[in-house]
Structures are given as structure tokens and as C-alpha cells.
Design a protein around this ligand. Sequence first.
Ligand code: SF4
Ligand code: SF4
Length: 435
Amino acid sequence: MQTNFAPELLADPETARSEKILRSCVHCGFCAATCPTYLLTGDELDSPRGRIYLMKDMLEKNRPADARTVRHIDRCLSCLACMTTCPSGVNYKHLVDHARAHIEETYARPASDRILRFLLAALLPNPRLFRLALGAARVARPLTRFAPGRLRALLSSAPSRPIDPSDVDRPQTFPAIGPRVARAALLSGCVQTVLEPRINEATIRFLTRHGVETTVAKGTGCCGALTHHLGKRGPARRAAVANIEAWTREIAAGGLDFVVVNASGCGTMLKDYGDMFAAEPNLAAPAAVVSSLVRDVTEAAANLKLSFTGAIPKLRVAYHSACSMQHGQKITNLPVELLTRAGFEALSVPEGHICCGSAGTYNLLQPHLAMQLRDRKIAALRATGCDVVATGNIGCMRQIMSGAGAAPVVHTVELLDWSTGGPPPPAIERALLGA
Ligand code: SF4
Ligand code: SF4
């Protein structure tokens, strides 16, 4: 694609990078075939190529974002299916990140939008505040049906019962059981610790059982992805710096063989820290080291000598590959291979490359499109005839669970933990084992 940026604009490294990305697009349109929003609306401006044109026009002229551009960029899930499909290697991710930050800086959103985005950015990355907000949402639950669209989606996403925090999410070190084969830091995260604390518990049981000393480092928390995707660079950067500094201290104190992540949305973000801070002399090296150590829990598992008990029922598991897993991190077959080795029957899911509509805060900001994608995903999962759905991302889990008719949904690591001597996942116990 031909570009026409003024030389003074190209002095900015991010603009220079975006210009390079734009030039790599040959506007072939192949990406439209796998874009979920184009699939739903049929509007070229809701396709990757259409959005690329909008972003080019905005960034090239360095003009404030307009309502039309914002509407179509806001509808983008950042699922990155287009990056998997693109034959020219267009880095859509970095381009849309730049566009979102530009929108945040130059566009005056309507007040209701600003308030909702402010609340999401303030509450979700902070487990204590998020827990309080869920308590308030539970009290307001009877009023849900009177609430307007997006507020209704927000209120109805709150769990109906309080969920106790888990002790494992406090900073501490869990010794390896038996001879130590590795030392890892676990990103305990933010939303996941509030909504599904059992995932970190299963991860720690699984890792320590296989000889991995696992630490939850003081000072770590949200990876920054939630605010990053809202275009809010300041909070995203602060979260990333806090994690980099905390793990750099861990490396100096006890060494780290890897940083384990069990939410693929966070994993994609952590693996990008090196790129995010490449131009900052003080942070470039530590950020690159941290990114190089990051492993999804299935990648960590693949490097361990796993001891399966062989004592689990041969359940039919439909593995839902989160977009951040398959498109963001290019982890495709590994989770299925591990589940098969564990003794489950892994089923392939039709339209497996299409997003479930969760996409961080997307399901709260764009509920209309998100619900259509969710229902389509649930129909595809049901078509497999599975007993259980497994996935490696908290957002997808909650999104699929929120729809009607889905099989029990668990995290992949819960199945790996169970098949190597841990307890059955509560969702399976309730639904299938009659507990
Ligand atoms: S597939 Fe790639 S090169 Fe073709 S239009 Fe889409 S982004 Fe551009
Ligand atoms: S990231 Fe996903 S929704 Fe956005 S343009 Fe690419 S394929 Fe479409």
C-alpha cells in the first residue's frame, strides 16, 4: 500500500513502524474471510482491510479520530485472526494498538462511553475493587432487566454468589514436590483471581507435582492488556513495568527458568513486553528477558516429564482455542496433544478460528456483536457432542459459560491437574460425576 506520511511524522518511532506496516499490506482482502466482524456485518469497514484504510487515513494525516473511524475500530475484537490469514505478514496488532491510543488521545467519546470505559479500566485490573464492584452488582441484580443495553450486560455478567479469594494468590513460594527440576514465576493475574481462583490453584498443584518450584512474586498483578486494548497507555505501561521489575528482582534473587501464564490473553501481552519497551534504554533489556521467559502453562507442561495416573474417565473434550492462544501466540496443537496424552478424547470444533466474542472487555462494550459470536461458538461446540469444553483463557470461559446450552467449561490446566493426581474440576464434578 502506498503511503504519504510527512517526514516530521515519521520522526516518531511508532508512526514510522505503523507506516512500515501499512506499506506491507497489498490490499488483497484475504483477511476478510476469517474476520468475525466482517462475517457478521458484511461491511467492508468492519473487515481488516477496511479498518487498515481508516487507520491509514487517520494516522497519515495525523488528524483527530472521527466517529466513523472510532465505530469500526471499536468493533474490532483484536482477535488477530487476520494476522494468521494475511499472506503478507501485516502486523495488524501493532497498527490497531497505535490507532486505539490515537483515538484515546484525540476523540471525545459520549459521556456514557467515557464512564463505562473508565470503570472497566479502574475496576478490572484491581482484584480488590473488582470484588467490591461484583458485590454491588449482585445487590443491583434484581434491577438488571430495567438497565440499558451495556449496563445490563455488565450487571448480568456478575456471578450470582460471592467467590472467596484463594490463598495461593498472595505473594509466596510453593516448593517443588520431589526433586526440583525448574523454578517458575506464576502470573496470578487480576480478573481470574476474582472469578475463577481455582485455575491458579490447579496450576500450582500441577507444576509443583512435576518438580517446579513456583513463586507468586510480590509486586506482580494485571499484565496491562485490559487497559492496553482500551487505548489507555499510562495504566497499561505502569502494570507492565511493575511486572518486569518484580520478575527482574526474582531472577536476581533465585533465578527463573520461566514465567508461567494460564490466561492466553495475558500471555500474548507478556510476550510483547520486549517489543513494547524496545526503545527505552532502562527497560529494553529486562523487558526482553521477561518476554523470553514467558510460557503458556501448556508450553511449560510440554517441557516437563508428565506422570498421568490413567485413572480418569475418557471424557470427550471440545478444546476451544482462544484467539490469543492460536492467533496471538501461535499455540495450536499443543493443548490438544496434552489432553490426548492425558487420556481424554479431544474433539475438533468447527469454525475453530472464529472468536467467541469475549475479547477482554469487548463483550461488555459491544454486547450485540459479542453475543452473536458467543451463540455461534456455543452452537459449534454443541455440534461436537462433547462432555466438556476446555480452553486456556478466562475470558473465553466466562463468555461461553454465560450462554445457554454449553457443556461444562473448564480450564485446560484443570484437566491436566486432574489427570496427574489432582482433584476433578468442580464444574465436572457437579455436571458429570454426580457430586
Ligand atoms: S490479507 Fe494482509 S495484505 Fe491482504 S488486505 Fe488483509 S492485511 Fe492487507
Ligand atoms: S483483529 Fe479480528 S476483528 Fe479485528 S480486523 Fe482482525 S480479524 Fe477482524
